[in-house]
Write a protein that binds this ligand. Structure first.
Ligand code: F6R
Length: 613
């Protein structure tokens, strides 16, 4: 996952940046670099591969100065290579930038800037930022103003840090949306900036967290905070704990809340390195998937437990729709006991955050015994589910500490979407135009997730209304039926409220008898192909006196007119709608549990990794 570190002060920036980046290594990356202002001149060192290579490069070609920025990169646009690694220097050599996130409109911006004469030296989306800043600097703006004007062009969610030799006494840092955090560390006569606290904790415990659409102009003696509209803002200094685990929690009350908010970044990282937006292609190299293998697959069995199994249910819809391969989803604890009809033409695809879940591993072994090819989608690199598989996809979400899985639910949804596209292409069932459109839609995902997170206060208000409820039904249909299961699971496991997820069409076959005034019904009704059917569910629940909480797409007045509460969703391409639809449900469960004063991160009776049958 991309990481950022910056320093301004009396000391040499280079070792501080290299050490800071080292502390972010656990997040994963494929290239690294730094830029330091040396004798009024910006020097950049960057290379593909691990930090040790960057350190060797710096040893061979030393660079030192009192202001600098560094970055570890997971490729999103352009392959991992030295030329695509950050920092990116502009044409004048006077501005340099590092960036986390995806510039959604980078193709348009690149065209516009190229027409103005900008020359691009990388395949990255990030490079448009530095050209934009230069455009405004050359028009006579100050660095802060030029940066602010440049940021106004960017669509998507971003963490950006830059510096310029024109104004060597400052670093500019900004956060737009939720592409991970930007934290400024306050020292004595020196200042730090980073994407994550571990990078700067050895230097300071006094920090300022940037909110979305805020920009900090950092000098060695302090910072000035402003909104991206130019308004001056006050800031609050937080004193972070000495306990490194607690410190990681940052400004959040619980890890679960932090991890829900990390999803913009984890989704960016999930896409990172796997998508070529220009060619409309997906790459999943660790899966070892050749055209021959893809064409030989007769059936896929997805096997997993709990939340991971719900992701698998979405995967079934995606793979069947996009790649036209039959898919069965098996709860892992059932798979091996039903003597499934599995042979060499089958793939057993296990999904597991921990990669150590006993039932999931046993299901994989059953697949192996019967001659199937084994794939896994895992979060923990080196876990058993990764090691015993013939190929794997890593979730790239970073560690998940809260027991209730959140970011490790949305990441595999995107992995399965990418897998479906790849399979569809290799099997020749996906035409060029559709493939380009499906790949292109991936660009929108991080920002759409961010828009869901921005609505947290509305979700919290609904949580307040439901805080004393004893039961809850969640209804979904089609690709969002698993969203109902997942919403209900989140609520029951952390708030101990009895909750049931149900396929909406099944209501009339029994469960509707439960609906009365005491029964909240959460109806998941985004504008997907099942919308009309879901809408009639809202009316049915309403007719029986149930409190209806509708999950509806922005502007859906019809849903708003019949529901008691609405959780609004941004318009999302329907095959990716499970990613956005689940976020308000995660937040709803979180706030109900938190308002009840429960131990959200470690709910009773549950463990993060279930290594027994
Ligand atoms: C629910 C949750 C569990 C896990 C399940 C599988 O929030 O976290 O249902 O999804 O125990 O765990 P992994 O993915 O590690 O195999």
């Amino acid at each position: 996952m991309c990481g950022i570190v910056g320093y301004i002060g009396p000391r040499d920036a280079t070792p501080i940046i290299l050490n800071g980046l080292k502390r972010l290594e656990y997040r994963g990356y494929d290239s690294a670099g730094l830029a330091v202002l040396q004798n009024s001149h910006i020097e950049v060192r960057r290379d593909v591969g691990k930090l040790a290579r960057l350190a060797t490069l710096v040893e061979g070609s030393p660079v030192s100065g009192q202001v600098g920025i560094g970055h570890t990169r997971w490729a999103t646009h352009g392959e991992p290579s030295a030329r695509n690694a950050h920092p990116h220097l502009g044409m004048t050599g006077e501005v340099v930038v590092v960036h986390n996130g995806i510039v959604e409109n980078f193709l348009e911006l690149r065209e516009e800037l190229s027409a103005e004469g900008a020359v691009f030296n990388s395949d990255t989306d990030t490079e448009v930022i530095v050209h934009l800043v230069e455009r405004y600097l050359s028009g006579g703006k100050s660095l802060a103003e030029a940066a602010r004007k440049a940021f106004a062009h960017l669509k998507g969610a971003h963490g950006i840090v830059l510096l310029s030799s024109r104004e060597p006494d400052k670093i500019v840092a900004a956060r737009i949306g939720n592409a991970g955090g930007v934290v400024v560390g306050l020292g004595e006569g020196e200042m730090f900036v980073a994407s994550d606290m571990p990078a700067i904790l050895e230097h300071t415990r006094r920090v300022v967290f940037l909110e979305s659409r805020q920009m900090a102009v950092i000098t060695r003696d302090g910072l000035a905070l402003q909104g991206l509209d130019g308004r001056h803002l006050e800031y609050q200094v937080h004193q972070v704990s000495w306990d490194p685990i607690a410190a990681e929690k940052g400004a959040y009350r619980h890890f679960m809340q932090k991890e829900i908010h990390e999803q913009v970044r984890s989704l960016t990282d999930t896409i990172a390195g796997r998508v070529d937006f220009e060619k409309g292609r997906v790459r999943l190299p660790e899966l070892n998937l050749t055209p021959d293998v893809a064409q030989g697959i007769e059936k896929i069995f997805i096997t997993a437990c709990g939340t991971a199994a719900h992701a698998g249910m979405v995967g079934k819809v995606l793979i069947e729709r996009i790649a036209r391969i039959p898919v069965e989803v098996d709860i892992a604890s059932e798979f091996r006991y039903r003597d499934p009809i599995v042979d060499e033409g089958a793939v057993v695809l296990a999904i597991s955050q921990s990669g150590e879940t006993a039932d999931t591993l046993a299901a994989m072994e059953e697949g192996r015994r019967k001659g199937a090819r084994l794939w896994s989608i895992i979060n923990v690199i080196g876990s058993q589910a990764m090691r015993i598989a013939d190929g794997y996809i890593s979730m790239q979400t970073g560690p998940e500490i809260g027991v209730a899985s959140t970011k490790a639910y949305t990441a595999p949804l995107v992995d399965l979407y990418m897998l479906a596209i790849l399979l569809g292409e290799l099997r020749g069932v996906l035409d060029n135009k559709t493939r380009h459109r499906l790949v292109n839609d991936l660009r929108l995902v991080p920002d759409l997730a961010g828009q869901c997170l921005d609505r947290e206060p509305q979700v919290e208000a609904v949580a307040r209304a439901l805080v004393h409820t004893k039961h809850c039904i969640y209804l979904g249909r089609g690709i969002n039926m698993p969203t109902a299961y997942e919403g209900a699971l989140k609520l029951k496991e952390i708030s101990y409220v009895h909750a049931e997820g149900y396929p909406a069409g099944e209501m009339k076959h029994g469960p509707i008898a439960l609906v009365d005034r005491e029964m909240p019904v959460v109806v998941i009704a985004p504008r997907d192909p099942w919308y009309e059917k879901m809408f009639s569910q809202i009316e049915q629940a309403r007719a029986r006196g149930g409190t209806v909480i509708a999950l509806a797409t922005d502007g859906d007045e019809q849903a708003a007119s019949v529901a008691d509460h609405v959780l609004w969703l941004p318009e999302t391409p329907w095959m990716l709608s499970p990613v956005t639809a689940v976020i308000p449900l995660q937040l709803l469960a979180y706030h109900i549990a938190s308002l009840r004063g429960l131990d959200v991160d470690q709910p009773r009776n549950l463990a993060k990794s279930v290594t027994v049958e």
